[in-house]
Ligand binder design. Structure first.
Ligand SMILES: Cc1ncc(C[n+]2csc(CCOP(=O)(O)OP(=O)(O)O)c2C)c(N)n1
Length: 319
């Protein structure tokens, strides 16, 4: 599959939407608009947008608590997502999920999950149901380098390989699990090589490179749609910000600033679009400004939306 010029421009728009959404989420948290926490997807935008560009509406995505970007990339409405963070009735889960429990089945975003690696076996079950429905739909499961050290990851790799499930495991290696560097927790240089032990293809790409992610994901998704089974795709990136709005971990203020700048996927992708003459400098500014306006409107919408009535606590609860 190849991307049209319009699709390539749209990916830039989505990356800016995610970047501004995350910056607003951090700011609003700091200003006391919501509690819990928030885990920024800043600097990882290229991975979610490139993969989602290949997905159908009925393909399913599962993500971690760092899942705002995956939700937006799958077509989530920033207004309803921001309202969810703020616990408002207009949120995707009527304000009961919050930042770490976003879910919008109607667009194929089954959910983000606060428990490290918990979404991986769930994704195995989702892919199994797609296989039984035999409709060519696939499941994409995002998780981190830390999650790739959990037992359920290996159990799911094994069963998914055994049953040829239409599942794409996407490990976003952002070098850190809170404050533990990947060199202290993972025994191999490339997490993707762990696929070999399960007889699966494993591929490592630069997760900050839209085209590299797109090409690798394209192969993995086509393989899954053909019924040839899962792939482990590793997207290498760098976490810029603290682990979350409330926790420590990661870099101290100002440290590695140059590295952050060099690895920012947005200017990198912008430069590539300019080089390919798909984008002009003027269009680049327009796309960035329009995304800013859209996120500002989402913030205002979320702030202005009502909080749930107490009685709503008993709605949508199953036993
Ligand atoms: C089962 C479980 N253990 C521990 C935690 C606490 N915890 C939250 S995030 C995190 C780090 C996970 O790192 P990684 O999988 O690399 O993803 P990242 O946060 O870098 O995206 C930990 C240990 C948790 N939420 N769930």
């Amino acid at each position: 599959m190849t991307l049209t010029d319009q699709q390539q421009l749209d990916l830039l728009r989505q990356m800016w939407l995610i970047r501004f959404f995350e910056e607003a989420a951090i700011r609003l948290y700091g200003e006391g608009y919501y509690r819990g926490s928030t885990h920024p997807y800043i600097a990882q935008e290229a991975t979610a947008v490139a993969i989602s560009a290949l997905l159908r509406p009925d393909d399913q995505v599962l993500a971690t608590y760092r899942g705002h970007g995956a939700a937006i990339a799958k077509g989530g409405d920033p207004k309803a997502l921001m309202a969810e963070l703020l616990g408002k009735t207009t949120g995707v889960c009527k304000g009961k999920g919050g930042s770490m429990h976003l879910s919008e089945p109607a667009i194929g975003f089954l959910g983000s999950n606060a428990i490290v690696s918990a979404q991986i076996p769930i994704a195995g079950g989702v892919a199994l149901s797609q296989q039984m429905d035999d409709n060519g739909a696939v499941t994409v499961c995002f998780f981190g380098d830390g999650a790739s050290c959990e037992g359920v990851f290996y159990e799911t790799l094994n069963m998914a390989a055994l049953w040829n499930l239409p599942l794409i495991f996407v490990v976003e290696n952002n070098e850190f699990a809170i404050s533990t560097h990947v060199s202290k927790s993972v025994s191999v240089p490339d997490i993707s090589t762990r696929a070999q032990g399960f007889g699966l293809p494993g591929v490592t790409v630069d997760g900050r490179d839209v085209y590299a992610v797109y090409d690798a994901a394209s192969e993995a998704i086509e393989r899954a749609r053909r019924g040839d089974g899962p792939t482990l795709l590793e997207a290498k990136t760098v976490r810029w910000t603290r682990h979350s709005a409330v926790s420590a971990g990661g870099y101290g203020a100002g440290a590695d600033a140059e590295r952050w700048r060099l690895t920012d996927p947005i200017p990198r992708y912008t430069d590539e679009l300019l080089r390919r003459e798909i984008l002009s400098a003027e269009m680049a500014t327009q796309i960035e400004n329009a995304a800013k306006v859209e996120i500002d409107a989402a913030v205002q919408f979320a702030i202005d939306s009502p909080t749930p009535e107490l009685a709503a606590m008993y709605e949508d609860v199953f036993a």
